[in-house]
Write a protein that binds this ligand. Sequence first.
Ligand code: NDP
Ligand code: OXD
Length: 309
Amino acid sequence: MVSVLYKADPDRGRTWSSIFSARAPDIEFHIWPETGDLARVEYLIAWEPPPDLVASLPNLKVLFSSGAGVDHLDLSAIPADVPIVRMVEPGIVDGMIEYATLSVLALHRNLVDYIGQQAAARWLPIKVVPAAARRVGVMGLGVLGQAVMNRLGPFGFSLSGWSRSPKHIPGVACHAGAETLDAFLGQCDILICLLPLTDDTRNILNQRSLARLPRGAALINVGRGAHLEQQALLDALDSGQLSAAILDVCVPEPLPAAHPFWHHPRILMTPHIASMTQPETAALIVLDNIVRHRNGQALLGAIDRHRGY
Ligand code: NDP
Ligand code: OXD
């Protein structure tokens, strides 16, 4: 019998478990810390597996990240012949579309200003900028970045995107490669970071790159906290180079109570909830991938270890 070990949020694990038993009764599904016979575990679904867990699974065939990112995994601790698959599932995509749309519209319609005005009991309408005159750019044109662009299109924003390899997306000015970063940034009144965290993207939102944005631009960071140099953001907000930031991710998480981001009048914070893997849809995707693996077919969402995403 195939054995699957799940080591992520235990509440959601119960939903995973009931879907597995309904759809694939021939698969044993264990929720950590109940593991069954470790020697029989072939598939591990995990967020942050303890360092010795992978080493204790001699028959591990595939490691599934329970999230879209894989930066929380120590790739060097996972045997080279074990594929690593990230989470690509409709629920996480829908969540990110909602959060990105909410954030873009909030910035487009000056919500940060109105929150401050309400606190000061000040009635002060701000001129509405037409969507066509607002330039929205997305760093990272992968599964999530492209889904966000598709949904923002109908609002009429002027859209651009940036990725490593060239893309052709109707209605989006696509830029590719490090040498195009400055030109891309220069077109972003609202910049969304939806990059994976890798050696190439760590601290990519720094003093230099933030200075390339049009004056008064706003930032949405839904990638990872380590994409952003925190002091560079504070300096850019204080100088007026940036007008506002919406941050779903930060370093460390949770952010300590004394951190200046909490009380900054131009920053809105959320606790890494932009999007979450939804067990109802994700379990079906992982089950499908297990079947694919057993049939010798390519795994959907397998990462490239050299690229780091
Ligand atoms: P994908 O792997 O599908 O897409 C990544 C995109 O980033 C690709 O377009 C890739 O380019 C681009 N990219 C990677 N490295 C570079 C680089 N050095 N320069 C330029 N572009 C680069 O990932 P997803 O869209 O599924 O997810 C993106 C990230 O979103 C996750 O890694 C995670 O960090 C974050 N996330 C955050 C959540 C939250 O709740 N805050 C929830 C889910 C995800 P190319 O297409 O050329 O390969
Ligand atoms: C993810 C996340 O990567 O929730 O899935 O950040």
